[in-house]
Write a protein that binds this ligand. Structure first.
Ligand code: NAD
Length: 287
């Protein structure tokens, strides 16, 4: 079977050096920093043109400059639906199509007060506006561009905080847990239009988002020390979760290699959420 597939003219397995998004147009929210910026770089390396849609009007244009002529910055606050619509329209006007929409913008929100009993519901609403509503707005406007085209790929960044309790502030965890659900719901409809939609749930990655958050608990710690702390949270020996690991997952899902994958939540956490060890006392403490 495999041999006959490979024998077909024009068919071959892609290698890392192949340009897997040649000619594609992508829009990445939260593309000015961290995971979004690294993904923009990876997409461009593989032949895509990328719209960086971010609320940060300072680092956004800088990121686009660094990434070169295939990158273009658009100011976009994902909580304002009209701005998300505008970013999609800019992609359509500039490049005539939108192949990939990556709804990645997100914030963690405050870690204090930590107790659910003291939760500030206005803060909760704010996190939901960005992390959940912002993603839904991105899906909606990408769908408007992709349904008539009969193809396209939508990606969203969730988090392992949406899979297990105890990994982030309550509001953040709640907001991220909505994303795999939204993805499945949208997949049920978009399947019929040839549009794929998936999400990625990363483990802790040392980006401004996680370092700023953990830095609140260790006010005297340097950036290097905080990075080491975040890297030390993994379980997989000999590896640490880096922005590029999430970017490579996004590249795979956006590429034709994932042409039959939709409604999926790709967890990129080195096994962190797939097991827990029972805390039994050592036998010698028991006899
Ligand atoms: N870093 C981690 O450990 C980690 C783990 C799991 C999931 N994530 C998720 O990955 C995504 C990217 O985070 P990151 O770690 O790269 O953080 P980051 O802070 O480096 O990047 C987030 C980007 O989103 C932008 N943004 C924030 N609010 C916005 C808004 N309202 N509209 C448009 N843009 C906005 C910021 O300006 C920034 O450029 C987030 O959704 C985050 O929740 C991060």
């Amino acid at each position: 079977m495999i041999r006959s597939y490979l024998a077909r003219p024009g068919r071959s397995y892609s290698t890392d050096s192949a340009r897997r998004l040649e000619g594609k147009v992508a829009l990445i929210t939260g593309g000015a920093s961290g995971i979004g910026k690294t993904t923009a770089h990876e997409f461009i390396k593989h032949g895509a043109r990328v719209i960086i849609a971010d609320v940060d009007s300072q680092t956004g244009p800088q990121a686009a400059d660094e990434l070169g002529p295939a990158a273009h910055f658009v100011h976009c606050d994902v909580t304002a639906e009209a701005q998300v619509e505008n970013a999609v329209e800019i992609a359509m006007t500039r490049y005539g199509k939108l192949d990939i929409m990556y709804n990645n913008a997100g914030i963690t929100g405050p870690s204090f007060p930590p107790s659910i009993a003291d939760l500030d519901l206005n803060e909760f609403d704010k996190i939901m506006q960005i992390n959940a509503r912002g993603v839904v707005a991105g899906i909606k406007h990408a769908a408007r561009a992709m349904i008539p085209a009969g193809s396209g790929c939508i990606l969203c960044t969730s988090s392992i905080s949406g899979l297990m309790g105890g990994l982030g502030p309550h509001s953040y965890a709640a907001s991220k847990s909505t994303i795999p659900g939204i993805v499945k719901s949208a997949a049920s409809e978009l399947c019929g239009n040839g549009v794929r939609i998936n999400c990625i749930s990363p483990g802790p990655v040392p980006t401004p988002l996680s370092l700023d958050q953990i830095g609140l608990f260790y006010p005297g710690a340097s950036r290097e020390q905080l990075t080491e702390m975040v890297n030390g949270l993994g379980k997989l020996k000999g590896a640490k979760c880096e922005e590029i690991d999430v970017a490579k997952a996004a590249l795979f899902l956006a590429s034709d290699e994932a042409k039959y994958i939709t409604g999926h939540n790709l967890v990129v956490d080195g096994g962190l959420t797939c097991f827990t060890n029972l805390a039994l006392p050592p036998p010698r403490e028991f006899v």
